[in-house]
Ligand binder design. Structure first.
Ligand SMILES: C[S@@+](CC[C@H](N)C(=O)[O-])C[C@H]1O[C@@H](n2cnc3c(N)ncnc32)[C@H](O)[C@@H]1O
Length: 266
């Protein structure tokens, strides 16, 4: 997701006031009133949204690493769209909590922000170069986080150039399959090469986290990463079972072999 411009904390203790608090009587939860929100400004809205969104993502990583560990699904973490290292750090932290010392963590990004969009989106700030975190800045964030540093690798470049058949072959031959993959690259044209790349690296039980299913498209399945995911599913040897809803913007899916005879609704 891209809602990063202007993010900042505007005062200590504000985040606590945003929490949903249960009450013992009507209206059963605290609902902030006009007086409480009288000095609420745009920065508060950004801070509020970001806190809510990152909390839900972190919960997804907690649940997903528990799912992977409990089901004994081993493999690597691949992230396509790394920017400020928030989701990458969440993955590292949850991996550490589950003692996954052998897991490798691959960060795929241009490290120069978005390419020039080729398809229409409804997010005006998705322009060429938006959401840039350099390779050096990203690695500093990773180093400061201090978890599994030796297991982390970056692959720099726009996916149309960096996700080559030879890199895919190297992954297929030398690397473990995917345990969890995060697709957080916003644009249809960015997600298409990502799906092509990961197809042979999936295994039964791999989790795909789709971050922007409902972002930039006004919810249209004909656009954005949702379109790329649907097109990928038509050709893939895998089917994808819906697993966790992540906020209003994303979902996780469990990869299943297409020929395993599954039918029905879950
Ligand atoms: C929304 S940000 C990712 C946020 C990140 N997951 C976090 O938690 O901080 C999107 C990222 O996707 C990258 N990106 C988008 N399209 C790309 C492409 N075609 N090739 C390489 N990187 C791309 C951008 O550089 C940007 O870092």
């Amino acid at each position: 997701m891209s809602f990063s411009e202007g993010e900042k904390m505007t005062g200590s203790g504000k985040a606590e006031k945003d929490l949903i608090v249960r009450l013992d009587g009507e209206p059963w939860v605290r609902i902030e009133d006009g007086k409480t929100l009288s000095d609420w400004v745009k920065d508060d809205e950004i801070r509020y949204n970001q806190g809510n969104r990152q909390s839900e993502k972190f919960l997804m990583f907690r649940r997903t690493f528990d799912f992977l560990t409990e089901n004994e699904i081993s493999g690597h973490y691949l992230e396509f769209g790394c920017h400020r290292c928030r989701t990458f750090k969440m993955a590292l932290t949850e991996a550490r909590r589950h003692g996954l010392d052998k897991m490798k963590f691959w960060a795929f990004d241009s490290f120069e922000g978005l390419p020039t969009p080729e398809t229409e989106t409804s997010v005006s700030k998705w322009v060429q170069g938006a959401l840039t975190t350099s390779d050096a800045e990203f690695m500093e964030l990773v180093r400061n986080h201090g978890i599994y540093l030796k297991n982390i690798e970056t692959v720099t470049g726009f996916y149309s150039d960096s996700l080559t058949p030879s890199l895919q072959e190297k992954f297929t031959k030398e690397e473990a399959p995917i345990a969890l993959v995060t697709v957080d690259c916003d644009l249809y044209e960015s997600a298409v090469p990502v799906f092509k790349f990961i197809e042979p690296l999936l295994q039964e039980g791999s989790i795909i986290y789709m971050d922007d299913l409902f972002v930039g498209t006004k919810g249209s399945p004909h656009k954005g990463v949702a379109r790329a995911f649907l097109e990928f599913q038509e050709k893939s040897a895998w089917t994808f079972m819906r697993h966790l809803d992540v906020g209003w913007w994303g979902r996780t899916y469990i990869a299943r072999p297409r020929d395993d005879g599954f039918s029905g609704v879950l």
